[in-house]
Design a protein around this ligand. Structure first.
Ligand SMILES: C[S@@+](CC[C@H](N)C(=O)[O-])C[C@H]1O[C@@H](n2cnc3c(N)ncnc32)[C@H](O)[C@@H]1O
Length: 209
């Protein structure tokens, strides 16, 4: 079977995995947003054996590809069938006993720059709704940062994204943080990753009392 394949996901999987292994406890539940080809879901489920993984995708064709990849890897016991989930949906289709299901980790790689800005709003709103009280949202991808010179590679990438779709583009981390804050999430950790990417950890703001 010819499954869609992302060379980028193949390249960045190991470094993201190592960071997740350092950050996460031995077990928990994860919701992955924009799983794409499912390569990350399979790779992470293989190497985070205590974690139960819920992949999701907005693109219906990719939903079946993710399930096929999980089946080939024999990971159905730890990876749930992929959900069709568009982060722009007002309410995400993941309920448990009529309540939004809560996850210890929400992971989202390479979505914010290849989508219009409202996708960032949707991601933060949904994450704030579906994160367990101590849960963490982890985003991965390129960002612009105030006061940090943008790498030439990211400048060119940003220009090519915008040429492709005027609503796309590498986001300012400060703008994403502002959006997170509007939903009660705060930027907790920032890790520089290869190829001018960042892995960013977001969590609930501590209660003000
Ligand atoms: C560049 S790919 C990244 C895939 C994967 N996370 C990775 O890093 O290889 C972006 C993915 O975001 C998905 N996507 C785009 N808009 C979305 C939305 N509104 N909600 C959920 N997923 C979306 C696309 O279908 C695509 O699979």
């Amino acid at each position: 079977m010819n499954l869609p394949f992302s060379p980028a996901a193949e390249r960045n999987q190991q470094v993201i995995l190592e960071r997740l292994q350092a950050l996460l406890p031995d077990s928990g539940s994860a919701l992955e947003i924009a799983s794409g080809t499912g390569q990350h879901a399979v790779g992470f489920a293989q190497h985070l054996p205590g974690w139960r993984w819920q992949p999701s995708e907005a693109d219906e064709a990719l939903v079946s590809a993710i399930d096929a990849r999980v089946q080939i890897a024999g990971l159905q016991a730890r990876v749930r069938p992929a959900l069709r989930l568009d982060v722009l949906a007002r309410s995400w289709p993941i309920q448990c006993d009529g309540q939004p299901e809560a996850f210890d980790l929400i992971f989202c790689a390479n979505l914010l720059h290849i989508s219009p800005w409202p996708v960032c709003e949707g991601l933060m709103h949904g994450a704030a709704t579906h994160l367990a009280p101590e849960g963490r949202l982890v985003t991965y991808g390129p960002y612009l940062e105030d006061g940090v010179p943008t790498a030439p590679g990211n400048q060119a990438f940003d220009a090519s994204l915008r040429a492709n779709n005027a609503a796309w583009g590498i986001r300012r981390l400060e703008a994403v943080a502002q959006q997170a804050q509007a939903t009660g999430l705060a930027l907790r950790e920032r890790y520089a990753m290869p190829a001018n990417n960042l892995l960013v950890v977001w969590a609930r703001e501590p209660a003000a009392y």
